[in-house]
Design a protein. Structure first.
Length: 236
């Protein structure tokens, strides 16, 4: 995405310098903020296409808090940048609404690849307006206004929780959703560790939607990670 505007939120001048050099050379327009308050102002002011957000920031707001604040008014893609590489931090980041995660030290190649991938995903998301009335996945159609689901033209009766799980998978079709992401989106963050809970709903959804629930082709599990709703890509 030539000319995309990127905001880097980081208090270490060395890293700001590095990111600015790499991204400017690749044709991006780069802004910088050194704390959370300034980051929120810059997003409102410049409406960048993407934010690279460090977790450890001065001024009382860490990266998670900044992501939370940004999510109150914007769905701008966020890549968290951090020296920490613990899984718990990664999950906190996703919960706060981050789209991806880069661990320091990173190479310029990795940085560019991540940015490109996140921008591409966000463009695909934007191409499907939020106000759309229907999501299609193979034979499955989800009528968002009436909250009705059909499979090959036949109505499928889902409980309201089953519907929420399917809806969450469908709006992220062909992407793996982490267990924690799904649990948080459907039940709330206090349920983020209840994988058994999720498993039982996935089981009943498969019974209602899959030709052979024992060999699922639509709601596919990625062992230890999460689930993915597999839909044929629309022809280009
Ligand atoms: Ca920092």
């Amino acid at each position: 995405m030539e000319g995309a505007r990127v905001l880097i939120v980081e208090d270490e001048p060395r890293i700001v310098y590095l990111v600015r050099e790499v991204l400017t050379a690749a044709g991006y327009e780069v802004f910088a903020a050194c704390n959370g308050k300034n980051a929120v102002e810059q997003v409102a002011l410049h409406q960048p296409h993407l934010v690279i957000l460090d977790i450890l920031l001065p001024g009382g707001q860490d990266g998670y808090a900044v992501a939370d604040r940004l999510r109150e008014f914007s769905d701008i893609p966020i890549i968290m940048l951090t020296g920490k590489a613990r899984e718990a931090d990664m999950l906190l980041g996703f919960e706060a609404g981050a789209d991806d995660y880069i661990t320091k030290p990173f190479s310029s190649k990795e940085l560019l690849a991540r940015i490109k991938a996140v921008l591409k995903r966000s463009r695909q998301g934007a191409a499907q307006p939020v106000s759309r009335e229907e999501i299609e996945c193979g034979d499955i159609r989800i009528d968002l206004r009436r909250r009705k689901v059909t499979n090959a033209g036949l109505e499928v009766h889902l409980t309201s929780t089953e519907y929420k799980v399917l809806h969450e998978l469908a709006v992220h079709q062909n992407q793996v959703l982490l267990h924690e992401q799904l649990l948080t989106a459907v039940w709330g963050s206090e349920y983020r560790d209840d994988c058994e809970y999720l498993r039982s709903y996935i089981h009943s959804l498969r019974k209602k939607l899959e030709k052979n629930p024992a060999d699922p082709k639509i709601i596919v599990r990625c062992r230890g990670v999460g689930y993915c709703l597999v839909c044929d890509e629309a022809p280009e």
